[in-house]
Write a protein that binds this ligand. Structure first.
Ligand SMILES: C[S@@+](CC[C@H](N)C(=O)[O-])C[C@H]1O[C@@H](n2cnc3c(N)ncnc32)[C@H](O)[C@@H]1O
Length: 384
């Protein structure tokens, strides 16, 4: 492909990224892969170059661009040369994406800790963090194997460059490591994994945190729940790889409480890793900024409150509830945690037990700029 043809491919993909963000569809990564599935003529260099153009354009624009052309034009105007298979020469008044990080409407909703000086880090490429599976190996052994740095905050973590190829490594297939951002590892640590205890991971998805708990406490009972069968199904092969034992439980919306009835008052710790805006993970999914709308955010915050209310009765007296979101928005973090406490007088706030991030309301906030992790709000409550 010529450089101009690559630019045209990037424009077409960017058009689908913009449409997908509007319709809450597939992520950009999946759209890039899907585009090339039907274009076998493109070689690996072409694919890499096009992908790079697409992600550069997404990272560049805080507000949704008018089109794929508008997204790419400010970054690669010289490729809009009208050559065969390339983009047409731009007209004078054509729209161009404006550089930015945080969409205007979200600025007042950010936690006050996320000052503008930190914004560039929100969309910078993230490193690749691994979690060493201490049930099977040591962090030192895996650091030596990968030539990786230990992460500074999690005792399980290793840090590699963004492009490191890990999934093809035999130690990955053997379950000695998992890919997991250091911030996510800290959420599992805030649950204080210990053998013999019972943990309910209420929003387990594909089980990232449930697996971390089961690896750290092999004889603990870990129950991973979710309403999404596709995500939950991914957990079993991961648990097998890790040699971890995790029970799974599919919850039926809106009757989740029925499926949880036998767990009332049983859990030493319930983790609510709630569905959220993902504003803490823009460095991995920068198009997430174009996906969020006030209506979607309203639905998410209502769902977070609902899942927290489902979680509360599962905690045994003296047990804990850990609430986490990969969000930097106060409504999903500090305000959501405060609202939970105002609805549940049997719970009181407690420190998350880790000296990480910064204090934000009753919880702590980790940010890419301050902590070099994805952005997370984490709070912990004790049941009396
Ligand atoms: C942030 S993700 C969880 C990520 C996961 N804990 C991990 O470490 O990979 C939030 C999850 O909440 C699930 N969810 C949404 N509504 C739910 C509900 N009412 N009850 C339980 N889980 C729900 C979603 O399907 C999604 O998998």
């Amino acid at each position: 492909m010529t450089p101009a043809a690559r630019a045209q491919a990037a424009i077409e993909i960017l058009d689908s990224v913009i449409a997908s963000a509007r319709d809450d569809g597939a992520p950009a990564d999946a759209l890039v892969s899907a585009y090339f599935k039907t274009r076998r003529y493109a070689g690996s260099k072409d694919r890499r170059a096009v992908r790079e153009l697409v992600f550069q354009a997404i990272r560049h624009a805080g507000e949704t661009p008018a089109s794929g052309r508008a997204a790419l034009l400010p970054l690669a105007a010289e490729l809009f040369d009208g050559s065969p298979h390339g983009p047409a020469v731009p007209t004078g008044g054509e729209p161009r994406a404006v550089p930015g990080v945080v969409p205007e409407w979200l600025v007042p909703l950010l936690s006050p800790l996320v000052a503008p000086a930190e914004w560039p880090a929100l969309t910078e490429r993230a490193p690749l963090d691994l979690r060493a599976n201490l049930a099977r190996t040591t962090r030192d052994a895996m650091a030596a194997h990968f030539g990786a740095e230990p992460t500074p905050l999690s005792p399980w973590g290793l840090r590699l460059p963004p492009d490191a190829a890990v999934s093809a490594d035999p130690v990955f297939a053997d379950g000695l490591v998992e890919v997991q951002d250091e911030g996510s590892q800290l959420i599992a640590l805030a649950c204080e994994p210990a053998d013999g205890r019972t943990y309910v991971d209420l929003c387990a998805g594909a089980g990232g945190k449930a697996l971390a708990l089961a690896s750290a406490a092999p004889t603990a009972r870990v129950i991973a729940c979710d309403t999404n069968l596709q995500r939950l199904r991914k957990l079993a092969p991961r648990a097998e790889r890790a040699g971890a034992t995790v029970e799974t439980r599919l919850l039926d919306l809106p009757r989740e409480a029925e499926a949880l009835a036998d767990l009332h008052g049983q859990a030493d710790c319930v983790l609510v890793d709630a569905p959220c805006s993902g504003s803490g993970t823009w460095r991995r999914n920068p198009e997430g900024r174009w996906r969020l709308t006030p209506e979607r955010l309203g639905r998410l915050t209502a769902l977070q409150a609902r899942v927290l209310d489902l979680a509360a009765p599962l905690v045994k007296p003296g047990g804990t509830l850990v609430y986490a979101v990969c969000s930097l928005l106060a409504r999903e973090g500090a305000q959501q945690a405060a609202a939970f406490l105002s609805r549940h007088s049997a719970f009181s706030p407690m420190d998350i037990g880790l000296d990480v991030g910064r204090s934000d309301g009753v919880g702590r906030l980790l940010t890419p700029g301050h902590d070099r992790t994805d952005g997370f709000f984490i709070a912990r409550f004790r049941s009396t």
